[in-house]
Design a protein around this ligand. Sequence first.
Ligand code: SDX
Length: 392
Amino acid sequence: KTGYITIDEGFKNTGSTTSDITFLDGEEGILRYRGYSIEDLADKADFLEVAYLLIYGELPTAAEYDVFVAKITKHTMVNEDMRKIFDGFPVNAHPMGIMSALASAMSGFYPDSFDDKKPDNTELHIIRLLAKFPTLATWCYKKSQGHPINYPKNELDYCSNFLHMMFALPVENYKVDPKVSSALNKLLILHADHEQNCSTSTVRLVGSSKANIYSSISAGISALWGPLHGGANQEVIEMLEEIRNDGGDVQKYIDKAKDKNSGFRLFGFGHRVYKNFDPRAKIIKKAADDVLSLLGVNDPVLEIAKGLEEAALKDEYFVSRKLYPNVDFYSGIIYRALGIPTNMFTVMFAIGRLPGWIAQWLELRDQKQAIGRPRQIYTGPTIKDFVEKSKR
Ligand code: SDX
């Protein structure tokens, strides 16, 4: 009776839904959020404008934007009892594990998020997630540094608030560099949504069982952590550093990536959908040059990255498989120039992707989709008789 089931490993040829949110054209390297090109948004918009666009379907008017930002500003503080959970983590716990746990823990602080006998408060839960993610993320960094955490400052914009909470110290005055917050704004926009990628599909699948939004987002964070997905941005920098420490011989690593037995892949290269340049990688590559020269940062791994890209794009193995740099290839170089440590790179991806996850979760709910429940083709043993333990 398995005639009607076809296995599509990795869902390479399976569509899970219709969606009005994000349009990708893998052949042409096109990415649009609700019809607006990623190039325009990265260049002209503010991250919360893009979050509003993804979640509510249209760019906000100035008045709508002000109301949205005011709501988020009012919720940037985190319940102090969350610190007891947070303080339980060892100092070297990976921030993605902490963020996934704290996102799910938020459902405990807002039980109306899963009690459907209570009025629907989804709008407020969305605001809380957008508002508190940056605060929680900076706690992870401060803990790893042994520094006191900072509280949000309501007079700062979203990106400046994040940077202030990350880098301000009680012993000195910290002033946010507008060049740094503008670079962060661009990076967050570029990560904001990407149709049915692994972590977004996870958020939708969890949401399809009518699990609450905090648990759904927590599951998305866990999926994003994987080195084949968002975790690649941390792997890229570690790979580039290894190449640099190993004398900068990029061809050696390209050859290693081509050797199937090596188990090594060029992180930041290849994509399930883009069989052309990832449009985000193009923008980030240019931004890396701009930001590093603006900040007067000279990072040798940027030259290694460019050399690696150039050599790979001339190599038959990569060209024949249409493997181009993806969003994760250059992003870590900018994060590093902004002073963000490597183990926080995937958290930055999660902060950017949060509005996309939220928009997709809402769309699934509004589409009243059935619970996700794929089938399988059974290949295990046929029926067996039970044998008493003493006789096995
Ligand atoms: C993200 O889906 C999204 O939209 C994701 C994302 C988003 O915004 O949400 O864009 C974010 O996750 C970007 C991808 C970050 N991951 C990496 O950079 C990890 C390295 N890349 C790969 O592991 C891989 O390219 C994937 C995971 C991105 C895509 O994997 P696929 O589509 O399953 O492709 P595949 O593994 O089947 O590869 C096809 C061929 C294979 O060789 P053959 O079997 O044909 O001989 O290409 C080879 C692979 O071995 N290959 C690579 C490679 N990527 C693919 N070989 C060397 N180095 C690589 N990076």
